[in-house]
Design a protein around this ligand. Structure first.
Ligand SMILES: Cc1cc2nc3c(=O)[nH]c(=O)nc-3n(C[C@H](O)[C@H](O)[C@H](O)COP(=O)(O)OP(=O)(O)OC[C@H]3O[C@@H](n4cnc5c(N)ncnc54)[C@H](O)[C@@H]3O)c2cc1C
Length: 392
């Protein structure tokens, strides 16, 4: 778990910016929310056609999506988009470690070093070629010699950190941290983008409909149903009970290309996101949530080293809502208005859905329910969905 220091606090409501990252086999896939959602077809096709990533078009990746699934819905499983014998099944966690490492763990050419911290990649300063990896395990330092190639896959936060500790990164920054420069790579640590979500699109309903409550989950029939048949509320993914994709009027792409993702659910954000006691007590304590997420942010943040100590947490600066033209905030305001309209529809009205109209702490001075108010509220209550990418 990383804690972003004050320069990179994600919003004013959170005492610290918590950036959870799984530090274990399977990484963050071992702790994530388990929403298994494919990207849009155009995303993959753009990777291939616009960015030149051969082999990453939708038709290229589709067979792997199909291979992963054990889809129990007979209608869906019979289509060309879904599969039936993969490892993702029964609403249970399937980390990348469980899916891909466990089946091959006995191969003689695979060695996994547990409880090991990579200190740096060893690079010959003259030839600029990688010679190995330095890592620490149980208090001892090891130097693994490279025989073919080294692949860094430490995630979007730690990968640039390791590169910079190894002398690959922006010259001025490495000099400032006392790290001998090997390759001046200005872009290492830059280009951070993330899905930024709103905690606070809150609607009150007339009674508890949610599946996610201790009394509905922690009882014998539910436990047995899950253990024997893989069914019941225990197979719900995290606290999210519904997901929708929306294309706002600001979306410029033609076709089926949404720019907002809605999550519907219940759950506590108090500890997961480090809400301050003050904001928690004034605002969140009694409620339930719609969670709109900006899908294609234009703002870019960065990762920097706090020091040359590999055990020091890096500085994470997400820079949310900092883009020229304010596209990100405008789309997010649209997502708020969409949520409001949605809550007025018959299905939600049946539950007595109504906006929780408590002015957000810190935005009370803005005219309520105007774009100015929503923008203040969005900037105050947004948080990372931990979908950080793009930093190497
Ligand atoms: C709380 C949370 C909820 C999420 N929910 C969802 C979701 O519902 N659906 C979804 O699709 N995505 C979700 N995500 C995002 C998804 O899990 C990540 O995008 C994905 O796991 C990133 O994979 P990665 O391999 O890039 O990095 P990671 O999964 O972070 O893996 C990095 C690995 O590198 C290791 N590592 C890092 N530094 C070092 C070092 N110095 N030495 C040795 N090892 C090191 C770590 O221990 C880890 O094993 C969520 C993420 C989080 C944190």
């Amino acid at each position: 778990m990383y804690q972003a220091p004050s320069i990179s606090r994600t919003s004013i409501s959170f005492s610290v910016g918590l950036w959870p990252r799984g530090k274990m086999l399977g990484g963050s896939s071992s702790i994530n929310y388990m929403l298994y959602i494919r990207g849009n077809k155009k995303d993959y096709d753009d990777w291939r056609d616009v960015y030149g990533c051969d082999g990453w078009g939708y038709d290229d990746v589709l067979p792997y999506f199909i291979k992963s699934e054990d889809n129990q819905n007979p209608y869906l499983a019979g289509t060309k988009y879904h599969g039936k014998s993969g490892t993702i099944r029964r609403g249970s966690r399937c980390s990348t470690s469980k899916a891909f490492l466990r089946p091959v763990r006995d191969r003689p050419n695979l060695h996994i070093s547990m409880n090991s911290q990579v200190i740096k990649i060893m690079i010959d300063p003259d030839t600029k070629t990688v010679t190995g990896v330095q890592f620490e395990k149980n208090g001892r330092m090891y130097f693994g010699e490279e025989t073919k190639e080294v692949v860094i896959s430490a995630g979007a936060v730690a990968s640039p950190q390791i590169l910079m500790l190894s002398g690959v990164g922006p010259k001025d920054h490495l000099e400032e941290k006392g790290i001998p420069l090997i390759l001046d790579k200005l872009k290492v640590g830059e280009n951070l983008h993330d899905h930024v979500g709103l905690i606070g699109m809150i609607f009150l309903i007339d009674k508890p409909y949610s599946q996610i409550s201790a009394s509905r989950i922690m009882n014998l029939p539910v436990l047995l149903n899950y253990t024997l048949f893989g069914r019941s509320a225990m197979s719900t993914l995290g606290g999210v009970e519904g997901v929708a994709f929306v294309k706002s009027k600001l979306g410029t792409d033609t076709g089926d290309y949404p720019d907002i993702q809605m999550h519907f659910g219940s759950g506590s954000i108090r500890y997961a996101h480090g809400t301050t006691d003050d904001v928690w007590n004034k605002y969140y304590k009694p409620i339930l949530d719609h969670l709109p997420v900006l899908l294609r942010p234009k703002s870019r943040g960065n990762i920097r080293l706090a020091s040359n100590d590999p055990y020091d947490k890096p500085l994470i600066n997400p820079n949310y809502f900092s883009d020229d033209g304010d596209y990100d905030i405008k789309v997010t305001v649209k997502s708020v208005k969409f949520s409001l309209a949605l809550s007025k529809m018959e299905a939600f009205q049946k539950m007595g859905s109504r906006l929780y109209d408590m002015p957000y702490p810190g935005c009370e001075d803005k005219p309520l329910w105007t774009d100015e108010y929503w923008a203040c509220w969005i900037k105050s209550s947004s948080f990372t969905l931990a979908h950080t990418v793009g930093t190497c």
